[in-house]
Design a protein around this ligand. Sequence first.
Ligand code: GCO
Ligand code: MG
Length: 402
Amino acid sequence: MKITDARLIVCSPDRNFVTLRIDTDEGIYGLGDATLNGRELAVASYLQEHVVPCLIGRDASMIEDTWQFLYRGAYWRRGPVTMSAIAAVDMALWDIKGKALNTPVYNLLGGASRQGCMVYTHANGADIAEAVDSVQKHLAEGYLAIRAQAGVPGIASSYGVPKAGKPYEPAERGLPSESVWSSERYLRFAPKLMEAVRASVGPDVHLLHDVHHRLTPIQAARLGKELEPHDLFWMEDPVPAELQEGFRTIRQHTTTPLAVGEVFNSIYDAHELIRNQWIDYLRMTVVHGGGITPLKKAADFAAFYHVKTGFHGATDLSPVTMAAALHLGLAIHNFGIQEHMPHTALTDEVFPHSYRFEAGYMHPGDAPGLGVEIDETLAAKYPYQRAYLPTARLLDGTVTDW
Ligand code: GCO
Ligand code: MG
């Protein structure tokens, strides 16, 4: 089966998405997600200018070979733009293989290891009371695991908290906005938030919290210790993780489980974290981690060190990535949890899909391949719109991690 065509579909049904469609001479096509929040057009151009010409005429069944060709053959390796581009090709080829063999992708990855993938969703509020209400609302929807964030007193526009009346969406149209940050104020507040949430839900609900790369290792160690009585499922991204050995300090001081890696794009971003057992959950996901092919290997490597998966699943990953993550999560043994930040109704209309949510779990569905389509006529009505993630400064004006 030969690749005859590959093209990019860039659209913005409520937010930007970059999708790759690969066509074959047997009439079967596959879809891959290439969305990189705030840098979408760089990936689209990388694919269009440098990858698509090399795909035409290749054997669509050769997934591993194509991955190695795009990774090693470029000479320049890693980085989110490169790896998101390779991921899109990889996903599309798995989609094609599933359709060609008339089976869902999870069957090709070893078959189902469980009935469904437990997911967590986001609860948030301007203050603790609103956050607790939001947690209760999501519990009523059937979620068994919930991430809680709230506005930190004295900090305007805290991470994870929506503008009044809107669902939380990290990217904003136009040029990057600026927010302020104070780790001192946050450290005084976060344990109170999680204490109140735990008191309202009782012992059985899984609670998560995202620090979003804001602290130093010793601050994160202190927070982890203070959160221990509230029994978190995980504390996410407590420090920026370029320096993997930063996690040694955190780990020495706290038993709060740690989740890291939504910005990683290679196993080499995480191999020390895993090998030293400094983390409990690996958050790399299919689109930014180079595709299903390398992520399956990363998950298998992590399994040997008691590390489970917790794939990133924010709205800036398209329904194609959500499907791919669910197929992989259903198949691997060391699946931990899947993030589920639901897309808007319009996004779901542009990307009809077979995955479904029921009683706290998601299932990829049994459609052949990944089980996601794109309505190109509808997509064309929503062209790309410039949008960026916010930036952050400390109270004295110093640029800090958002
Ligand atoms: C999460 C994340 C996101 C990111 C976003 C950046 O845990 O879901 O931290 O909300 O901020 O994906 O593009
Ligand atoms: Mg996060």
